[in-house]
Write a protein that binds this ligand. Structure first.
Ligand SMILES: Nc1ncnc2c1ncn2[C@@H]1O[C@H](COP(=O)(O)OP(=O)(O)OP(=O)(O)O)[C@@H](O)[C@H]1O
Ligand SMILES: [Mg+2]
Length: 299
């Protein structure tokens, strides 16, 4: 175990690591490095030699038109998709294919495109599922159906309620997700990701289905989180991406076509050409010129 490995809670200590004051040992210090990532699905090259680094405490945006390869790269980062070629390291250690339950132990949490809550569990139970990293009884005993200690259960419940409260969804703890408005479900999904106090948060289209004011709140929240963790953000809403990201990588047809700060990316003609195809088409239409490459949409 390296010096950056997560401390194991000692016997007698509380598993709830939510100190009142911001603690320095939780300052973001780990980076995710993806180098030369190539993914082929049969004959389809979904990604071709894509490289990016999510720096500690930064929000890294991943954008591009539909089918650009964003979710595929996201799934590589989650360990769901194994790259055909390329290297990936997290905290300086090689990151290989993972089972979903192994992510939390590595300090990584994610939310998926859509919501992905368990319909048969209450909101609180859904969020408690995300807290496995801190439960001393652990996955092994859950697997063997050994009774988890009452104390672990209480601590887990407290952590989950605190995460819900941070996202203003505490009052829905006893409800089932299906009966809640979509934006509330998205907040619950985010609470489930945050309850494990991750060092790396992977978000695939967190703003989809949100109204303008909710999107604004989400932006503020992501900025706040970046003080505690690194964030990889896949998102179609350009205003949100430009507002919250420190750096942005732009994909088109599986290739990286631009990378840099929001200002650099916005000024890059390759991005305008690829990603803002709609606007270009509109301008060309207005100018009476024709296009031969077909329209593209983004969102
Ligand atoms: N499991 C799969 N099998 C075969 N092809 C796939 C698979 N997953 C993705 N692809 C293909 O890989 C390419 C990239 O898809 P991906 O879903 O990563 O794009 P995306 O940028 O997330 O698009 P969107 O904006 O629509 O979410 C597309 O051509 C897609 O059809
Ligand atoms: Mg996608």
């Amino acid at each position: 175990m390296g010096p950056l490995a997560q401390p194991t809670p000692t016997a007698g200590s509380t598993a709830i690591d939510r100190p009142a004051a911001p603690d320095t040992d939780r300052a973001p210090s780990a980076s995710l490095e993806m180098t030369g990532i190539t993914v082929a699905f049969g004959g389809v090259i979904a990604l071709s030699e894509v490289s990016l680094v999510v720096e500690p405490g930064q929000v890294h945006g991943l954008i591009g038109p539909n089918g650009a390869g964003k979710t595929t790269l996201f799934n590589v980062a989650c360990g769901i998709v194994r790259p055909t070629a390329g290297e990936m390291t997290w905290r300086g250690q090689p990151l290989r294919r993972l089972k979903p339950h192994q992510l939390a132990g590595l300090g990584i949490a994610r939310t998926l495109q859509g919501v992905g809550l368990f319909p048969g569990m209450t909101v609180l139970e859904n969020v408690m599922v995300g807290a496995h990293r801190h439960a001393r009884a652990g996955f092994g005993s859950a697997l063997l159906a050994l009774p988890r200690s009452d104390r672990d259960e209480r601590e887990l419940r407290a952590r989950a309620l605190a995460a819900l409260s941070d996202l203003g969804a505490e009052q829905h703890a006893g409800r089932y997700p299906g009966g809640l408005p979509y934006p509330v479900q998205k907040r619950v999904a985010l609470a489930r990701a945050l309850v494990s106090a991750p060092d790396l948060l992977l978000l695939d289209e967190p703003a989809s289905g949100l109204a303008e004011d909710e999107m604004h709140e989400l932006g503020e929240l992501i900025r706040t989180l970046s003080g505690r963790m690194s964030v990889l953000l896949v998102e179609h809403h350009m205003d949100l991406v430009m507002r919250v990201c420190d750096r942005i990588t732009v994909l088109d047809s599986g290739r990286q076509i631009a990378a840099g700060t929001p200002a650099e990316v916005q000024a890059d003609p390759a991005v305008t050409e690829a990603y803002l195809g709609d606007e270009v088409t509109a301008e060309e239409d207005a100018a009476g010129t024709t296009r031969t490459d077909g329209g593209r949409h983004h969102g």
